[in-house]
Design a protein around this ligand. Structure first.
Ligand SMILES: Nc1nc2c(c(=O)[nH]1)N(C=O)[C@@H](CNc1ccc(C(=O)N[C@@H](CCC(=O)O)C(=O)O)cc1)CN2
Ligand SMILES: Nc1ncnc2c1ncn2[C@@H]1O[C@H](COP(=O)(O)OP(=O)(O)OP(=O)(O)O)[C@@H](O)[C@H]1O
Length: 208
């Protein structure tokens, strides 16, 4: 994969990399990621953490280890609920996780707390961000629908944005556009990768 790869090429590459991992590797790496996340001061001090519920067939980092531990600590967990499936209107609501049995599958097979209590953005203390892959410049490659760009733009910029990815899906740099909001920290199974300057102006040309 050349360093000039486009977002779409990287999306396909990271997707294939993840799908080639076996379940045991996903579980083992996800547990290691969970340990790192649960030790972060931003998570240790949080009363409400916004997370995501994993899509099993996509081999996402499995956040259930993190969510279970947060619930055990009496921390509120908020999850996204997609409210528009139309391209061009990436809208999500945010609702409190009240237990696995309360989750319902949406049309993309994502389990969501559709009837959970609404969580105000102002109550969120940290966000755990899903991604297919990421660059150490703090930018992410998602599914390309813009849901997290739209969500993070409305969130107070001081709220820690923590991206989870497997080591194989992190590169020194990925391209970004003007609407992309970088994360502060990338967590992989090997540890924490602090983003040099997440508030840097985006680099539309995709060069470091
Ligand atoms: N676990 C999880 N929840 C999440 C996200 C995520 O990335 N992961 N999202 C992050 O934004 C939002 C949902 N966005 C998504 C957009 C596309 C697909 C998806 O499966 N796309 C298929 C093609 C689907 C189709 O077109 O029918 C694919 O990429 O193969 C999943 C989630 C909110 N919830
Ligand atoms: N706030 C927004 N409102 C409407 N469209 C948006 C918004 N933010 C981004 N988009 C659009 O969403 C599309 C996808 O953007 P991008 O490729 O950065 O998504 P992504 O970060 O990979 O995906 P996702 O956030 O769904 O994981 C782009 O065409 C972009 O113009």
């Amino acid at each position: 994969m050349p360093s000039s790869a486009t977002k779409s090429e990287l999306r396909q590459h990271f997707d294939a990399t993840r799908k080639a991992m076996d379940r045991g590797a996903i579980t083992d790496r996800s547990k290691r990621i969970a340990r790192h996340v649960l030790n972060l001061p931003a998570i240790r001090g949080a009363s409400c953490v916004h997370a995501y519920w994993p899509i099993p067939e996509q081999n996402e980092v499995d956040t259930r280890y993190i969510i279970d531990a947060l619930v055990e600590r009496d921390v509120d967990v908020a999850l996204p609920v997609v409210t528009s499936f139309e391209a061009g209107t990436p809208e999500m609501a945010h609702r409190r996780f009240t237990g696995r049995s309360d989750l319902q599958r949406n049309e993309w097979n994502i389990a969501e707390p559709i009837d959970g209590p609404e969580v105000l953005l102002s109550n969120i203390d940290a966000v755990i961000v899903p991604a297919l892959g990421a660059g150490l410049n703090g930018h992410r490659i998602g599914h390309g629908w813009g849901y997290y760009d739209a969500f993070l733009k409305d969130l107070d910029p001081s709220i820690p944005r923590i991206l989870l990815a497997f080591d194989d899906c992190v590169r020194p740099h990925v391209p970004c556009d003007a609407h992309d909001i970088p994360v502060h920290i990338i967590v992989t199974e090997s540890g924490l990768h602090k983003v040099a300057s997440p508030d840097d102006a985006p680099d539309a040309a995709g060069q470091p």
